[in-house]
Ligand binder design. Structure first.
Ligand code: ARG
Length: 463
């Protein structure tokens, strides 16, 4: 019997829509290496795109509509095999690091040798990825519940930090705030270091389009996407500014820039020279715990969103068909979720994921640029399409230029072979495009294999 094509189910409301955005944006960046600007106006372009094309897959759909199927295909290719697994691997690695850090501090280096630490960190990262995969395969409700709970947890952490900052300001202690960033040694203005600085700042804001990926699971998608973006992104921006101010009440700008665990350093110094100094001992535990919760939530949102891109692209015939299957009862895209997890685990085992953030941003901004450009081209090619929301056209034009700068500046002023690898991998996608997408060639036996998988695992093709 042929399995019936199935829809994803609409299970997310406005609240879950907002946590899908802010709970994925607020992850590692603001606690580990804070900074950044910009994204707010960018996200409004995504309201226009998202409400014009309320299908799952976000940039994939927009690029396909705005710049043609080939660009959409390339995005699906890079997103499935590079962007999303890198994001998942990096965030889960930060999770593992923070979960383990307090134990390292407590038991000292004679218990935790470098080798042991390495194994533990990789092990915990992989366990986290697997746990998230299982949850997301089991149920959309459960994954979105987890997202909600963890978002509340990180908002509590933020509230504590902001309260701490307010206390210091009330006490009149804010000398670093008055200095601003003028005093930081070694500030540079070469184009490539500015672009790279943006990259790490932009990492903190990345995932602002996360809800666009899951449009088909959102109740009343037009209204809820609109509201979630308009509420979620300004909220994150305000939160980031407040947290940065709070950091600067205790730490100097160069301490902020130098620390690789700002929130822990901040917490430790917070109680210094006060009558509560003894509390400083507990701070690393509490701060690390919050960062662990926060990153776990961001990884959950990443996995949730990512799997919907491969799902949407496979449905269009741009990726192997099996990725478009969903579980007939749970309505979760299990093959896509599993592929993501395997890719992320592969990266954790083989690469230094931290240096990958730069290459992540390099690829990500290539395609964000493409999506901004799509807003512009669609004003001509899709002039008649209904647009529940219309952004002031200057914004996507400006953002297209910014994206071009962000992508080109580091390559031109500081070429590195890794950029070439990335481009080569992208080119390799073309090799598959011609036979498998254009010519619709299928590996012999694939169809009957797919059908068997469907029957055995109760999967159905997505519609
Ligand atoms: N903004 C997040 C953080 O600071 C990272 C988001 C990664 N990107 C994504 N699409 N999930 O940790």
């Amino acid at each position: 019997m042929e399995a019936q094509p199935l829809h994803l189910k609409r299970e997310l409301g406005l609240g879950s829509g907002i946590t899908m955005i802010i709970g994925t944006m607020i992850g590692s960046g603001i606690f580990v290496s804070p900074g950044g600007v910009l994204q707010r106006s960018g996200a409004m372009s995504y309201i226009e795109l998202g409400t014009m094309f309320p299908a799952s897959g976000a940039d994939y759909i927009y690029l396909m509509q705005g710049l043609g199927p080939f660009v959409g295909y390339l995005y699906a290719w890079m997103n499935t095999f590079v962007l999303r697994p890198v994001a998942g691997a990096v965030i889960c690695q930060v999770f593992a690091l923070y979960l383990l850090q307090p134990f390292y501090n407590h038991f000292g280096s004679h218990t935790f040798t470098e080798d042991l630490k390495w194994n533990l960190e990789k092990g915990v990262t992989i366990l986290a990825l697997i746990a998230l995969c299982v949850i997301n395969c089991c149920s959309v409700k459960m994954a979105s519940w987890l997202q909600n709970v963890l978002t509340v947890a990180k908002l509590i952490a933020i509230a504590l930090i902001v309260a701490g900052g307010t206390y210091h300001i009330a006490m009149g202690e804010f000398e670093y705030l008055e200095q601003g960033f003028d005093q930081v040694p070694n500030t540079t203005d070469s184009a490539s270091s500015i672009a790279l600085a943006f990259y790490s700042g932009l990492w903190s804001y990345d995932a602002w389009n996360n809800l666009n990926f899951v449009m088909e699971e959102l109740h009343d998608p037009l209204r809820n996407l609109n509201l979630s973006i308009l509420i979620g992104i300004p909220l994150v921006t305000v939160i980031y500014v407040l947290v940065n101010i709070a950091y600067l009440t205790v730490l100097s700008p160069s301490q902020v820039l130098r620390s690789d665990a700002v929130v822990v350093t901040w917490g430790r110094l917070f109680f210094k020279d006060t009558s509560y100094e003894f509390l400083g001992e507990y701070v690393p535990w509490v701060a690390s715990g919050f960062v662990a919760l926060s990153t776990f939530g961001a990884a959950n949102g990443t996995l949730f969103g990512s799997s919907r891109v491969s799902f949407a692209a496979a449905r269009e015939g741009h990726l192997p068909e099996i990725l478009s299957y969903i579980h007939s009862k749970q309505r979760t895209p299990i093959p896509s979720l599993i592929l993501f997890t395997i890719m992320a685990i592969g990266l954790v085992l083989t690469s230094d994921t931290y240096t990958m953030i730069d290459f992540f941003s390099f690829v990500a901004w290539m395609f964000y640029g493409g999506s901004f450009l799509s807003v512009i081209t669609l004003r001509f090619t899709g002039a008649k399409l209904e647009r529940p929301f219309r952004i002031w056209i200057v914004i996507p034009i400006l953002l297209t230029f910014i994206s071009v700068f962000l992508v080109l500046a580091p390559i031109i002023s500081d070429p590195q072979k890794e950029y070439l690898y990335v481009l080569a991998f992208m080119a390799s996608g073309v090799l598959f495009y011609v036979p498998f997408v254009l010519k619709k060639w299928r590996i012999p036996g694939m169809n009957s294999f797919n059908r068997k998988i469907c029957a055995v695992c109760s999967l159905s093709p997505g519609e």
